[in-house]
Design a protein around this ligand. Structure first.
Ligand code: URA
Length: 209
């Protein structure tokens, strides 16, 4: 699992416990997903390059580091991925945001893109693809296929909860993509839900059923 990073900081674990609970309502669920995404942004951006500049403190001149301005794109997979965008953006406000929406045609089983809008320079950006749940791995792999077809070269995938099946599938399909997650659950059930999971992340974020 060399390209899988489990971000199991106590603050993240605490918040994930509340996210999972049935009694957590829409507002709290949304706020917690946003907070966890923000905490995860910390680790995901650990390898951002820095450059040294000359500054002056009230006491002395010194050299100090700032981000070297690497271009970043955040790509939520519609619709649940939207819940993670603001949390990540809070830490990297200069990032651009692209959106991808797709479903599997039930007859051909081929992915159908119903929405795809990216910044026009995705080949120069590091893309952070976000979706709270990595279940079968099908939509994550298909979304990443779509991005690579348009020239994306550097991609990270970030989710809150993953099923082992989804991690394996995504690793097989895209071994070059690092996967960041907070917790790996037991399995998928026959309906494709992660067990124990948290239910349908999109419905819980947006208060739909
Ligand atoms: N998507 C969800 O929102 N929940 C799951 O358990 C699996 C996929």
């Amino acid at each position: 699992m060399s390209n899988v990073f489990v971000l199991d900081h106590p603050l993240i674990q605490h918040k994930i416990t509340h996210i999972r609970q049935t009694e957590t309502g829409t507002k709290d669920f949304r706020d917690l997903v946003d907070e966890v995404a923000g905490l995860m942004a910390y680790e995901i951006t650990r390898d951002l390059p820095l450059t040294e500049i000359e500054i002056e403190t009230p006491v002395a001149k010194m050299k100090s580091k700032v981000l070297s301005g690497k271009k970043i794109g955040i790509v939520p997979i519609l619709r649940a991925g939207l819940g993670m965008v603001d949390g990540v953006l809070r830490h990297i406000p200069a990032a651009k945001v692209g959106h991808v929406g797709l479903y599997r045609d039930p007859e051909t089983l081929k992915p159908v893109e119903y929405y795809f809008k990216m910044p026009n320079d995705i080949s120069e950006r590091e893309l952070i693809v976000v979706d709270p749940m990595l279940a079968t791995g099908g939509s994550a792999a298909d979304a990443i296929d779509s991005l690579k077809k348009r020239g994306a070269r550097r991609i990270k995938f970030v989710c809150l909860i993953a099923a082992p099946e989804g991690v394996k599938y995504l690793q097989e399909k895209h071994p070059d993509v690092d996967i960041y997650l907070a917790q790996i659950d037991e399995k998928l059930n026959e309906k494709g839900y992660i067990v124990p999971g948290l239910g349908d992340a999109g419905d819980r974020l947006f208060g739909t059923k």
